[in-house]
Each structure stands twice: as structure tokens, then as C-alpha cells.
Design a protein around this ligand. Structure first.
Ligand code: BES
Ligand code: MN
Ligand code: ZN
Length: 493
């Protein structure tokens, strides 16, 4: 998408359509011709309420050929998300009408650059649709160009920078969605490794892949156990970003769960909705997307991306309930031992290896993203990710970043009793703590590997994909976490 900024009036753009936001029960500002055009529009047709849209032909009365009014809701309740939603649904509507070039008036708010980021995010995210295996049957066009018409006093140079930054992050989110939406027969651990290698080449990252022989030599017992039942071998994927400038410091580790398909293994899942488990790689895919954005933006902090990828299937070589598995030892003398009670609690088992590796690499902080538990979806629904930590400051930083990007996170407690639930009689811990508090015991399992390194776990089981159309997201993968991590690391200190 070609995004340009101009200080020229939105109403003088010679383009097929001008997107114009309007607050509820307020007349949109503009030249007198605009008033004439809207004079007969009924309140129920359009009064600026959230979710309302109205597409009008201007019939020569205004320079843009059409006007797409989009409701911003009540001015007093307006925030970044209301703007993103209004722009997202407007973009979807104009794409449905086959319009590919648009202008938009940037609202005259206190911070034009924040509004620009919201608009660019929404426009790029709303333009994405997964069409790989349905190319002909598809009437989806892409938004080819968007002209942002700045408010009178806005700084053009700063506006251009805001566009570039938002565009890089939103495109990285769509890059992640494009991988996440692909099914398990197409994307398996080896393919995840290919994506990482390709990304490293494009963005100047260092990439190390641990294939099965390397995992065996390194004693990555968790990945080997979970991946053991599949014809597709597991991988540990490591991407390293080193900033061109900034003080020398230890890396921040982003760790992602990338189970390319989760059948549950021997503890097999019911078949209803099992297809959705192609999205069980979304934590790892978000890690790829975040590293893409971080590298392209040349952020001043070193980042280690660590992706634990395996396919969880039942077979004669699968790991079983009752097995005792030894995790990657990392910097410790011996690896943490796991009593497997349920092979479907596989995410924590592979993440144990990955978090141990992050600690061995002396990460200053570890943030893991995982579609870890159904229990988290029960607790928070599909509207927020669960946030867990062993630290006070880290979750505050994550909450602040998430608030800015509109990717909701919500903290859950980690009292000692939850850690006690996963104690085992025969190993260091067991991989399930029972049904109650399942999201938290899952988090506690991973937390054991972080030890005293500041660590946060984001359970994205409810937010990584959507089964319903959203104002600026299509059905399928959401790319949750990419924008959050890019925002977090933009302000890291
Ligand atoms: N990938 C699933 C979690 C999941 C379930 C994500 C539904 C999104 C929607 C994970 O590997 C899993 O199966 N977790 C089990 C853990 C249980 C066996 C302790 C679960 O949540 O049921
Ligand atoms: Mn599972
Ligand atoms: Zn899983």
C-alpha cells in the first residue's frame, strides 16, 4: 500500500473516494458543498454512531468522486480503538465496492501522529485476507493507495515518520497473519525454520536452526518428546537482532510457541474444532513478525527471538502419559524433569526448553507468547490475552504497550498455591495441574524455567485468531502480539 501525506484539503483530492469520520450527532466539518450533499441524509441512515457507514456519490459537487462517511461514535467516548474500528470498517466497505484508492481526513486531535498510527494500522490490517487456496473465487481487492490529509497545523515531517513506523509494524503483523493462516499440511516446523532464515536474510538478523540431530546433541528433551510422534521433526529457531546504535546491553528474549498442529497427541482432542489447532503456532509466528518490525525500525535494544516448533500427533513414536521427560539443561547442571500427565499440555513442555535456552543466553528479560490454554479463553473470552509474570515492572510495561496498540492483556495472579499444584511425586513438576486455574498452572510451569530472570507470559489462546469478522480484522489469524511487542521494545529501558 502506498501511503502519502499532504497538507492539502481532503475535499480537494482528485480520488475515487474520501473517507470522512464523523462524531455522533455532529455535522462533519467541510466546505458548504458538503452540507448540501448531506442535507437529505436521514438520522438513521447516518448520524455518526459507531459502526455506521454511508457511501455517497458526490456527483461533481466535491472533487473526490465519492464520500464514505464513517461513524466515530460519541466524541466524549472517542479513543484510539474507536478510530481504528471506524477506519477499518470503512476500508473494508470500500474494498467491497471495488475502490482501491482513497483519501482520508486525519482528525484534528491533540496528537495528529497518534491518529495517523491508528489510521495506518486499521487500513493495513483491514486490507488483509487469506486467499492462498481460493484465488479465483476471490473478489478481494487491495487498497493500493491512501492519502492522509493532515490538519492545518500538523508537522509534515513528523507525520511522514509516523506513517513509516506504523506501516512497518502493521505490515509485519500481516506478514505474521499470512503464515499463521496457512494450514498444518503446508506449514510444519521445517517451514517455520525456512521463514526464519528468509526473514534473517531480508532484515540482517542472525539465524540459528537446531534440527533434530542438533536438538538431540543439545538434550532438548521437551521439543524431542512433543515432536517425536510426527513425521515432521521439531525445530528450535533462534533469531538475533543487534541494534546499530545504543548502549551495550543483554538481549530481551521473545519466546514463541509454534506447534504447527496440535491434535493433542496420545491424549487426543475431540474432533470438533480440532482444525483450529493449525493456529497453535501463533506465538511463534508473532515472534517472527515482531523481529521483522524491530529490525526494520532499527530499535535500540538487542532482541533474541526463540521459537519452539513441533507438531503434536499420536503415533507409535509419540510421547505418552506417564513418561518422564528431561528439559534442556541450559546453564544448569541438569534439566528440569517433567512427569507427563497429558500429552495435550505440550506447549509448556516445548517452551520449557526455549525459556531455558533464553536464560542460558543471559536474556535481561524473557517474554513468551503462547496459545497455551483453553482455560485462559474460559477466563477472559476472546477479548483479552492473559498476562502472567514473576516481576512487578515488566507487566506494567506490557500493559502500557498493549493499551496503546489496542491488544488487550489482563493480569492473573501467580500465588504459591498455583505452583504447588504442579508438584510431582516422581519428577521436578508435572505438565498439568488439573482443571481449576488451568491458565495459571500452565503459566507457573513455564515460570519455573525463567527462575529469577524477569519473565512475562502472554496466553494468546483467545486472541490469536478470530472466528468472527472484526471491524479491522478478517476471520482467521489476528497477528496478536506483533504490534504490542514492537511498541514495547520501542520504549524499552
Ligand atoms: N493449544 C492448546 C490450547 C488451546 C485450546 C488454545 C483451545 C486455543 C483454544 C493447548 O496445547 C492445550 O491443549 N491445552 C490444554 C491443557 C490441558 C490438557 C492441561 C487445554 O487447554 O485443554
Ligand atoms: Mn495441546
Ligand atoms: Zn497446544
Amino acid at each position: 500500500m502506498n501511503i502519502t501525506v499532504t497538507s492539502g484539503s481532503a475535499f480537494s483530492q482528485k480520488l475515487p473516494v474520501l473517507i470522512l469520520g464523523a462524531y455522533e450527532n455532529e455535522h462533519p466539518q467541510g466546505p458548504s458543498a458538503l452540507k448540501h450533499l448531506l442535507v437529505n441524509v436521514g438520522k438513521k441512515e447516518f448520524n455518526g454512531a459507531a459502526k455506521q457507514q454511508l457511501l455517497l456519490h458526490t456527483a461533481g459537487q466535491l472533487t473526490p468522486q465519492r464520500l464514505l462517511l464513517t461513524g466515530l461514535g460519541k466524541r466524549a467516548e472517542a479513543n484510539h480503538e474507536t478510530l481504528r474500528r471506524a477506519v477499518g470498517s470503512a476500508v473494508k466497505k470500500l474494498l467491497a465496492a471495488g475502490l482501491e484508492r482513497a483519501a482520508i481526513a486525519v482528525p484534528d486531535t491533540s496528537s495528529a501522529n497518534d491518529a495517523i498510527a491508528d489510521i495506518v494500522d486499521a487500513a493495513i490490517l483491514a486490507s488483509y485476507k487469506y486467499t492462498e487456496f481460493k484465488p479465483d473465487n476471490d473478489n478481494h481487492t487491495e487498497l493500493k493507495s491512501l492519502t492522509l490529509c493532515l490538519p492545518a497545523r500538523a508537522d509534515q515531517r513528523a507525520a511522514k515518520q509516523a506513517v513509516t513506523r506504523a506501516q512497518t509494524i502493521a505490515e509485519s503483523t500481516n506478514f505474521a497473519r499470512g503464515i499463521a493462516d496457512r494450514p498444518g499440511n503446508v506449514v510444519y516446523p521445517e517451514i517455520m525454520a525456512d521463514y526464519a532464515r528468509q526473514l534473517a536474510k531480508e532484515c540482517g538478523l542472525k539465524c540459528t536452526i537446531f534440527d533434530k540431530p542438533a536438538l538431540t546433541r543439545g538434550k532438548f528433551g521437551g521439543l524431542l518428546a512433543v515432536g517425536g510422534g510426527s513425521a515432521h521433526d521439531p525445530r528450535l529457531i533462534v533469531l538475533e537482532y543487534n541494534p546499530p546504535t545504543g548502549k551495550r546491553q543483554a538481549p530481551v528474549a521473545i519466546v514463541g510457541k509454534a506447534i504447527t498442529f496440535d491434535s493433542g497427541g496420545i491424549s487426543i482432542k475431540p474432533s470438533d474444532k480440532m482444525d483450529e489447532m493449525k493456529f497453535d503456532k501463533c506465538g511463534g509466528v508473532a515472534t517472527l513478525g515482531a523481529l521483522r518490525a524491530i529490525a526494520k525500525l532499527k530499535l535500540p535494544v538487542p532482541v533474541l527471538g526463540i521459537i519452539a516448533s513441533a507438531e503434536n500427533l499420536p503415533s507409535a513414536t509419540s510421547y505418552r502419559p506417564g513418561d518422564i521427560v528431561t528439559s534442556y539443561p541450559g546453564k544448569d547442571k541438569r534439566g528440569i524433569t517433567i512427569e507427563i500427565l497429558n500429552t495435550d499440555a505440550e506447549g509448556r513442555v516445548v517452551l520449557g526448553d526455549a525459556v531455558s535456552y533464553a536464560r542460558e543466553r543471559n536474556a535481561q528479560a524473557i517474554i513468551d507468547l503462547a496459545t497455551l490454554t483453553g482455560a485462559c479463553v474460559v477466563a477472559l473470552g476472546e477479548f483479552a490475552a492473559g498476562l502472567f509474570s514473576n516481576n512487578e515492572k515488566l507487566p506494567e510495561k506490557i500493559k502500557a504497550a498493549a493499551h496503546r496498540t489496542g491488544e488487550r492483556v489482563w493480569p492473573l495472579p501467580m500465588w504459591q498455591e498455583y505452583w504447588d499444584k504442579i508438584k510431582s511425586d516422581v519428577a521436578d513438576h508435572k505438565n498439568t495441574g488439573g482443571r481449576y486455574g488451568g491458565a495459571i498452572t500452565g503459566a507457573a510451569f513455564i515460570g519455573k524455567y525463567a527462575a529469577d530472570t524477569p519473565w512475562a507470559h502472554i496466553d494468546i489462546a483467545g486472541t490469536a485468531w478470530t472466528a468472527t469478522e472484526h471491524p479491522y480484522l478478517a476471520k482467521g489469524a489476528t497477528g496478536f502480539g506483533v504490534r504490542l511487542l514492537a511498541e514495547l521494545l520501542s520504549h524499552w529501558s
